[in-house]
Design a protein around this ligand. Structure first.
Ligand code: SF4
Length: 74
């Protein structure tokens, strides 16, 4: 029996504005930009290959070793 391979969502996979909605039968990608701008579909047709609203999801953290609470009062 062949295994189903997950479909690529294109840009939405890496977008800061996507929300994964899981139901017992399926999974949807909700574009949160659609809440503020009707130009964006609530559930984009996948894969999204081009989107003016794409912004990369920020997984970056503050550089290690920099502690904003660390003062140097002499
Ligand atoms: S802004 Fe575009 S790329 Fe981002 S989640 Fe919405 S449709 Fe996908």
């Amino acid at each position: 029996m062949p295994l189903l391979k997950p479909r690529s969502s294109g840009l939405c996979d890496r977008c800061a504005h996507v929300k994964h909605v899981l139901t017992p039968r399926s999974e949807f990608l909700l574009c949160e930009r659609s809440k503020l701008d009707p130009a964006y579909p609530r559930y984009p047709r996948l894969p999204v290959l081009s989107c003016p609203g794409f912004e990369p999801a920020g997984n970056e953290e503050a550089p290690a070793g920099e502690d904003p609470d660390q003062g140097s009062k002499g």
